[in-house]
Design a protein around this ligand. Structure first.
Ligand code: ZN
Length: 243
């Protein structure tokens, strides 16, 4: 190769790198701001939350919905469990119930949506800005009929391919409800946690009567354990999100 040919090749390579740079930088810029969304899980009989909508096409009921199309975990993150205020339920019951709920979602997809949970008696529900710490704890939700609440942070409004979940915080109301393990008179801790973990994974609530067998159905009652196991719509949804 003569000198001119080598020089031309170098110029072409450098030009190619310079041209490629803006394209590589753009996806980050397209993500938009970090946003948060809060899902409140009500006892049956309470009013539909404002985000429930009502414009669903009844002719093609799909029993799954996403927080935001394409918004999913792209890196697996660990989380903290604080069993304080769990009304005497043992630490191991809370941890085992959480792990059972996680396994329901994770076992349907190849990606590890959830990492490992560690008990941390200082972990608390994040009511403010994104802090990157995923938590599960018990406390008081100041809304009538609210059993549990999960707030999820992430990039929700750019192109679906750039959307991403970044944090979740779950709070279970131990002031207004009694919590138990397969107890007809109490809110079932595994049942509610499995539903709330669906939000943590990127799923939204369902309010159509025909979807009341789904884990992501928007209401629960004392003694209910049907949400411990995913239903066909939950499985279809999580597989579509993490395909
Ligand atoms: Zn919910």
């Amino acid at each position: 190769m003569n000198k001119i040919a080598v020089l031309s090749l170098v110029i072409l390579l450098v030009a190619g790198m310079v041209l490629a740079l803006p394209e590589q930088a753009n996806p980050k810029a397209d993500k938009g701001p970090i946003e948060k969304i809060t899902f409140i899980h009500y006892k049956k009989g309470h009013a539909k939350p404002p985000w429930a909508g009502g414009g669903n096409d009844k002719s093609k009921v799909t029993c799954y919905a996403f927080l935001s199309k394409g918004a999913k975990w792209k890196t697996t993150e660990n989380f903290l469990i604080n069993p304080t205020n769990s009304q005497g339920l043992s630490e191991s019951l809370i941890v085992n119930s959480t792990n059972a709920g996680i396994n329901e979602w994770d076992s349907e997809v190849t990606f590890d949506v959830f990492g490992t949970g560690s008990v941390d008696y200082t972990a608390s529900y994040n009511n403010g800005d994104y802090d990157g710490i995923n938590t599960l704890s018990f406390g008081d939700i100041n809304k009538l009929g609210a059993i549990g609440v999960t707030t999820v942070w992430g990039y929700f409004s750019g192109k679906p391919s750039t959307r991403e979940l970044l944090e979740w915080d779950m709070l279970l109301d131990e002031v207004d409800f009694d919590w138990g393990n397969n107890d007809a008179n109490k809110m079932d801790v595994q049942n509610i946690i499995t539903h709330e973990l669906g939000h943590s994974a990127g799923m939204s609530d369902l309010y159509e009567a025909g979807c009341n067998d789904e884990t992501m159905y928007g209401y629960s009652n004392e003694g209910e354990t049907s949400k411990r196991d995913l239903n066909s719509g939950d499985i279809e949804g999580i597989q579509k999100l993490y395909k």
